[in-house]
Design a binder for this molecule. Structure first.
Ligand SMILES: NC(=O)c1ccc[n+]([C@@H]2O[C@H](COP(=O)([O-])OP(=O)(O)OC[C@H]3O[C@@H](n4cnc5c(N)ncnc54)[C@H](O)[C@@H]3O)[C@@H](O)[C@H]2O)c1
Length: 372
């Protein structure tokens, strides 16, 4: 039997989110967790044991310098994604980075340049694009069943004031800056449904400030921020991100409209389901149908007989499938679905929205990373 080549993977942020990548990496049979890194001295031993790593580090530079790694998973707080990704890419190591790709347009530009110079595969871990309903809607769009898609909505409503105080970086990078600081879970699936398009202009406004942190300080981010994006072929996206308002979580609210039909995801209410109406399949008059009724005929292969690991994986299976696609791209099976430019398409509008909200909601250009 042929010996399967295994990649040695290092996970940074191993005592936090980074740990969630282990089972998907190992389920592939093509990768092993070789080294782990976290600055938490008191947690690194336990993390190494739990993740079965042979090496452990509390300094990232030391890990990528000393350890014989083929690839790195970056699961650290947002401002570390770019510097840690670049450091690995410059050493020829493949990178899977948590979302968003970066926290400023300038550092994103540096990341794109590093990727362009390297053969390493960079992927942003946009796991919501792999959720079962999102994958099915994408397949329906691809079949042309929505006609021309021209409007989409995505919402990430996740009250995290308590979590802010535990993972303190969130207080600064998610709720301490005004604008869409965490948009990729909302815009990611929509961009795949608007295939071949990107946001070319963005503007942003907020709902004001109604909450204070435990120190009595107002959050710099407004409670609900709404970003509008004009798409390259003229369509419109509306993205709402709210990490402060007191309400049940709803991180996977989506809708899409095309010339031949529409989709509205379940918004979490009792009995609510994902709903679709497609003129060519359902006919007139327009009445909602359960999206699931179309699964048997249109669901792509990946979600037909998902493995136990996929079903157990977090974020509706997204944490499993994204890793398989990253490894597939590394081994030349298929192109990387959320490579550097798709990562930029999902990240840059949010960074531009942070400029727009400072300029009273002005429409601003979103840079095209393909030109960098
Ligand atoms: N895709 C998703 O669904 C999803 C879900 C949760 C978090 N995230 C992303 O994952 C990242 C981490 O989030 P989290 O909730 O796990 O945060 P966390 O604070 O719980 O974990 C981050 C870990 O990184 C470690 N760390 C910090 N600085 C470091 C450094 N310089 N070197 C090595 N380790 C360092 C911390 O000690 C901590 O253990 C964030 O970017 C977040 O946006 C994504």
């Amino acid at each position: 039997m042929a010996v399967v080549e295994k990649l040695n993977v290092g996970i940074v942020g191993a005592a936090g989110r980074g740990a969630s990548f282990k089972s998907a990496l190992e389920a592939s049979g093509r990768a092993r967790v070789h080294a782990v890194c976290d600055i938490k001295q008191d947690a690194i031993d336990e993390a190494a044991k739990r993740l079965g790593a042979s090496e452990k580090y509390t300094d990232y530079d030391e890990m990528i310098e000393k350890s014989k790694l083929d690839a790195v998973v970056v699961g650290t707080p947002m401002p570390l994604h770019v510097p840690q990704s670049i450091a690995a890419i410059e050493r020829g190591m493949h990178v899977m980075s948590e979302v968003p790709a970066g926290v400023s347009v300038e550092e994103c530009r540096r990341l794109v340049r590093a990727c362009k110079k390297s053969k390493a595969v960079y992927m942003m871990a946009e796991n919501y694009t792999y959720m079962r309903p999102n994958v099915l809607v994408r397949a329906l769009v691809k079949q042309g069943l929505f006609g021309e898609v021209y409007y989409g909505e995505g919402e990430y409503l996740h009250e995290l004031k308590g979590l802010n105080e535990i993972t303190k970086w969130r207080r600064k990078w998610q709720t301490g800056i005004n604008g869409c600081t965490y948009p990729t879970h909302s815009i990611g699936p929509l961009l795949q449904w608007f295939e071949g398009q990107r946001a070319v202009k963005a503007c942003c406004a907020g709902s004001g400030h109604h909450y204070r942190d435990p120190r009595g300080d107002e959050y710099e981010n407004e409670d609900s921020v709404v970003m509008l994006c004009k798409m390259s072929r003229g369509g419109l996206l509306k993205i709402r991100v709210d990490m402060l308002s007191e309400r049940p979580h709803a991180m996977t609210n989506y809708s899409v409209q095309g010339t031949l039909g529409g989709y509205e995801s379940a918004r979490g209410g009792p009995g609510d389901v994902n709903k679709v109406w497609l003129r060519t399949l359902h006919g007139d008059p327009p009445v909602w149908h359960n999206l699931d009724e179309l699964a048997e005929q249109y669901m792509p292969e990946m979600w037909r007989k998902p493995s136990e690991e996929a079903l157990r994986a977090g974020h509706g299976g997204g944490d499993y499938f994204e890793v398989q696609d990253w490894l597939g791209a590394i081994f030349g099976k298929q192109p990387c679905p959320v490579g550097i430019h798709e990562a930029m398409d999902m990240t840059l509008p949010g960074l531009v929205s942070q400029q727009s909200i400072l300029q009273d909601g002005a429409w601003l250009d979103v840079p095209d990373s393909r030109e960098w």
